[in-house]
Design a protein around this ligand. Structure first.
Ligand code: SAM
Length: 338
């Protein structure tokens, strides 16, 4: 039974490393041991507990612990009213992005989602013949993700507790690394980006979703109103007005958007510089980084696009302020490792 629980990890053992020292790991029963530093790691409910805390200089602010406690209490985005793979597919394909990813990521590739939360995207992409790895520091989110996976027999997918600043994978192990809505909840978003960018193989892709400095202004304004006048004014948020969404999802969204202990905001130009500094070429973005270029229903996500000028970025981000208010002012950037 134990062997079966860790089957996913054993099947891919060659890409795992110790989060403390970077040496190889060995699995014996339900214990994981490092061949280098001899640290041992346990498992719970089939999830390898490989979280390693940051060992930063005390002068560097570290929000990891406070953000972890927050998501342990309010796992995001949660599975309300979702029981089967059919429910998951229907929900995922109600938006364009997940459907396009599923249509365009080749079969048999290794894909890592960093900060997978309750694992909807990881489980959805893992239904087809791919090898999915969902990593997050929050155990309660991973438990929900793994329970859904087990119940629906999404067998080529595995969930791992990991701190993205101390990865448990060898560099260049993945064809695609996705991290949506995660780095802006860390003390060092660019440091976090560099840490996970190392895990992409040459010619592979990275997809990063972040709060936008301009697109997020409406959410910031609503947060001020809620703080001043109380949470009874939640109808000001369009997501919280939707009758199709249940109470648990609404509560989770409200907490994530308005009560989060830490978030930062970023720009298209800034992430383009991250790409330049780490050996990635810009490929695509949502919204498109050139003004007046629409994002299509059948968009080729991994086809290179022009970067756009500073003026383009200004126009696109100003527009995000108007159109992005429902999604909390979110933007997504795709890069390819040279
Ligand atoms: C807003 S949720 C996003 C979940 C999911 N990616 C989604 O889009 O629905 C942010 C997630 O990032 C995770 N996270 C934040 N900092 C992390 C870190 N240092 N290492 C691993 N996960 C982290 C949190 O535990 C949380 O589950």
């Amino acid at each position: 039974m134990t062997g079966l629980l860790l089957k996913h990890m054993i099947d891919h053992l060659e890409i795992f490393v110790c989060p403390a020292c970077g040496k190889d790991l060995a699995v014996c029963g339900d214990t994981i041991t490092c061949a280098g530093c001899k640290n041992t790691f346990s498992t719970e409910s089939g999830i390898p507990l490989l979280f390693w805390p940051n060992e930063w200089d005390s002068s560097k602010r570290d929000v990891t612990h406070v953000v972890k406690s927050f998501y342990e209490k309010t796992p995001f985005p949660n599975y309300e009213k979702m029981e089967t793979t059919g429910d998951l597919i229907e929900k995922a394909e109600s938006g364009i992005f997940a459907r396009l990813l599923n249509e365009q990521i080749p079969f048999n590739t290794r894909v890592l989602e960093v900060g997978c939360g309750t694992g909807q995207l990881t489980n959805y992409l893992g239904i087809a013949h791919r090898f999915l790895f969902g990593a997050d520091m929050c155990f309660n989110s991973l438990k929900l993700a793994n329970d859904f996976r087990e119940k629906n027999r999404i067998d080529r997918t595995g969930f791992y507790q990991m701190n993205l600043f101390s990865p448990i994978f060898k560099k260049e192990s993945f064809s695609l690394v996705i991290s949506n809505g995660v780095l802006h909840h860390t003390s060092d978003p660019f440091g976090g980006f560099k840490s996970i960018a190392r895990l992409v193989r040459k010619g592979g892709y990275i997809i990063i979703g972040l709060y936008n400095k301009y697109g997020r202004l409406t959410t910031d304004a609503r947060r001020i109103v809620f703080n001043l006048l109380g949470d009874r004014l939640t109808f000001l948020d369009p997501y919280l007005r939707k009758s199709s969404i249940g109470d648990l999802k609404k509560f989770t969204w409200f907490m994530d958007q308005y009560k989060n202990p830490h978030e930062s905001k970023h720009t298209i130009g800034e992430v383009m510089r991250w790409f330049d500094d780490t050996g990635f070429d810009f490929v695509n973005s949502i919204p498109k980084s050139r003004a007046l270029s629409g994002f299509h229903q059948d968009e080729k996500l991994f086809k290179p696009n022009p970067k756009g000028s500073r003026f383009d970025h200004f126009c696109v981000q100003a527009q995000l302020l108007l159109t992005g208010k429902n999604e909390g002012g979110f933007f997504v950037m795709i890069g390819r490792k040279r």
